[in-house]
Design a protein around this ligand. Structure first.
Ligand code: FAD
Length: 523
């Protein structure tokens, strides 16, 4: 949380920082000849996409190899209370990749052929995989796998934005419109290389060092530093038909989403499914102008029924295809759309290349940057809401509360996924219902004073959670952020004891990923 410090606190912190810095310089001196370390230019380590926390580390390390990381871990573990965070691409919201007065390891700098690059291989059963350096971005993985000679390949499941590192998304889960079909990204890796706090490089999989393998997936960076991951691949299609249809009734919207993800669809169903909520208004940023595909197509609001409420719900779906399947594609999509209850005439679609479809959020980035909305603070909040509570969530948050009725300055996503596609052995925390929804409030506001103060937006997030809890909605946080261990305990629920035991085994001094604020470092 943003707090005002007294002069005394600032002085104490400065002393602490200088002590830590001297200790680090001392212990890393012997490595410095071969390792790339900076002690002054550490701003990168104190920054992230959230822009709310700015915890300066004492040193930033730019490793070239997994062995560099191992040597840093061995050196650092000699200094009491010194913490270490791997930084993927710094797209956390709440300082999760920061380490106040500690050491931040920039995973993007891994360049060696073993842990910095992308190699495609084939299993005995004919399936393909890519061995990927953990600091690589998903867009780099996509480009490398699409270039596979003779047979373009790609990972099966994606986040919406591909400029996130492989190691970074695997700490959370990596969810998106393919999750209903293939599970999250943590369900689509079969092997990891992990550097432990003792500086050992361990190769792990479901059959070898399985405990560390599952701990590292969804483990919030608490158990080791992933240097390489084996990512499962499928054949990549050439093109994607990207479709949006509009609902006025939330119940019908969610029932149709569930019908589409739960099977029973002819033609194999859609390959991607998400959804979002907009205000029933002509507001450019928050209302129906957000819906049309391609952007700028006319939205005829006269087609909306007279009884439409304050919010509209947009189902976003996509079907992959190759140039020679177009006839079959039209038939298949008509059959899939026929039973759906969206508003007649409010259907938009566009055919795009597979790469452009997956990279769509990044393609909107220049516009947001030019408006000053990309480098501003982003108090985002993502929730998992069980199917049994999703109608209540719509009633108390989307329909009744004034908090979102005029939009939140960015997308409000609502889409379902299936618990059975998640592996319960990983550390990720999800609701108990077989169907549950991601509900994401992705705020893009200008910094104060042009936009609302970030504290106000954080309070609004808290109010949304309070309203939901008061309505007995049993939600879980995605990309969780808590300040007190009791809150973490509550979040993990029945997984807490196991999580704690894993921590005491793999990082007993609690030096890894301190920005998650789960455990306090101890001597
Ligand atoms: P960082 O912020 O650098 O790190 C995140 C955490 O992982 C930190 O605790 C860090 O210490 C740790 N860490 C990083 N690398 C390693 C490693 N190799 N080994 C061990 N620990 C490590 N998430 C989704 O699931 N789906 C989405 O569609 C999605 N869209 C997003 C869109 C945008 C624009 C943004 C900003 C975020 C989005 N996210 C999404 C959230 C994103 O997946 C997480 O914030 C993720 O952690 C970011 O990856 P990163 O590489 O930037 O990680």
């Amino acid at each position: 949380m943003v707090t005002v410090q007294t002069a005394r606190q600032q002085a104490e912190q400065a002393t602490e920082a200088s002590t830590a810095r001297h200790a680090i310089q001392g212990v890393l001196r012997s490595e410095a000849r071969i390792l790339n370390i900076t002690y002054d230019n550490v701003e990168l380590g104190a920054s992230d996409f959230g822009g709310i926390y700015h915890h300066r580390p004492s040193a930033m390390v730019y490793p070239a190899t997994a062995d560099d990381i191992a040597r840093v871990m061995r050196a650092v573990s000699r200094i009491p209370n010194l913490t270490v965070a791997a930084r993927g691409n710094g797209h956390s919201i709440n300082g999760q990749a920061q380490a106040l007065h500690g050491v931040v390891i920039d995973m993007r700098s891994l360049k060696d052929p073993s842990s910095g690059s992308i190699h495609i291989g084939k299993e005995a059963d004919g399936s393909f995989y890519a061995d990927v350096g953990a600091g690589r971005l998903w867009i780099e993985v996509l480009d490398a796998t699409l270039r596979h000679p003779g047979l373009p390949l790609a990972p099966r499941t994606w986040p919406d934005y591909l400029h996130l590192s492989v190691g970074g998304t695997l700490q959370n889960a990596g969810v998106g419109g393919q999750t209903f079909r293939h599970g999250p990204q943590i369900s689509n890796v079969s092997k990891l290389d992990v550097v432990t706090v003792n500086g050992e490089l361990k190769s792990c999989s479901p059959t070898s060092n399985a405990e560390l393998f599952y701990a590292s997936l969804g483990g919030l960076g608490q158990f080791g530093i992933i240097t390489k991951a084996r990512v499962l691949l499928e054949r990549a299609p050439q093109k994607v038909r990207w479709i949006r249809v509009v609902y006025t009734d939330f119940k019908e919207f969610t029932q149709d989403q569930e019908r589409l993800i739960c099977g029973g669809c002819r033609g194999g169903g859609f390959d991607y499914l998400e959804g979002f909520v907009v205000a029933n208004s002509s507001d450019e940023a928050a209302g129906w102008p957000q819906v049309p595909l391609p952007e700028g197509t006319y939205f005829n609001h006269r087609l909306l029924p007279a009884n439409a409420g304050p919010m509209l719900y947009c189902l976003e779906i996509a079907k992959y295809f190759n140039a020679d399947d177009v006839f079959a594609l039209d038939q298949c999509i008509s059959a899939l759309l026929r039973p759906l209850r969206f508003v007649d005439g409010l259907l938009f679609h566009v055919d795009v290349s597979y790469r452009d479809f997956l990279n769509r959020v990044h393609m909107g980035e220049p516009k947001l940057r030019s408006l000053g909305l990309w480098d501003a603070p982003h108090p985002w909040m993502c929730l998992f809401v069980p199917k049994s509570n999703i109608l209540a969530f719509d009633a108390v948050v989307f329909k009744q509360s004034k908090l979102v009725s005029k939009g939140i300055g960015g997308p409000m996503l609502v889409y379902p996924m299936l618990r059975s596609k998640w592996d319960h052995r990983t550390c990720a925390v999800i609701p108990n219902d077989e169907v549950f929804y991601l509900v994401a409030f992705l705020r893009f506001n200008l910094p104060s004073p042009k936009g609302p103060p970030v504290e106000k937006l954080l309070q609004e997030n808290e109010e949304i959670v309070r309203l939901a809890k008061a309505a007995n909605i049993n939600l879980k946080f995605y990309l969780p952020h808590f300040r007190r261990q009791a809150e973490w305990q509550d979040h993990f629920g029945s997984k807490w004891n196991q999580f704690r035991l894993l921590k005491s085994k793999w990082d007993p001094k609690a030096i890894l990923s301190p920005g998650q604020s789960i455990f306090s470092p101890s001597n």
